[in-house]
Design a protein around this ligand. Sequence first.
Ligand code: NI
Length: 205
Amino acid sequence: MTKLQMFRYGIWGLIVAIIVVVGAASLGVLPGRTDKSAGPGGTEIGAPFTLTSTTGGVYKWGETGTDPDKAHAIFFGFTLCPEVCPTTLFELTNWMAELGEDSEKIRPLFITIDPERDTAEVLADYISPFDKRIVGLTGTPEEIAAVANAFRVYAAKVPLEGGDYTMDHSASVLLFRADGSLFGTITYGEDSAVAAEKLKRLANS
Ligand code: NI
């Protein structure tokens, strides 16, 4: 074997090794991958939760959830949000109207990531101008942190001058089938027609 041949075999060996490792990792057979099957439908995003609802009492998501037959469009935000949250709630309202009968198959949830200020009353008042099917959810800071973590949602307090604060947070709407499996996401600023089409497919998934 010439040096060049050895070099070529070495490169191919390396490529095969990389393919095997990446393939094994994607199948979840390597150690250090313990976060799968977190959701009720075996998805890697989401976990069953019980939170305080704007409709009174609690709202449950998961295997024995409050709306077992509905798909869910879940959005995390806060009522003092200057732009992203009101825009998303406004768009959600339009998409739900466009869906017609299919909208009955979807439960939109607005989960606050600012539970210290967003009580159920504050949330209920905030979402009242939007689609009536939207349910607002809050809880203790610990409950909200656990849910945000399970749904891979980023949320952080950003201090403002004078001791006040605002919140920085992920802005995507997470779409889940009725069985709890992740269907997809609608990113902030996504084309409205594309987003409406996603919700239509979600409703009939
Ligand atoms: Ni926001």
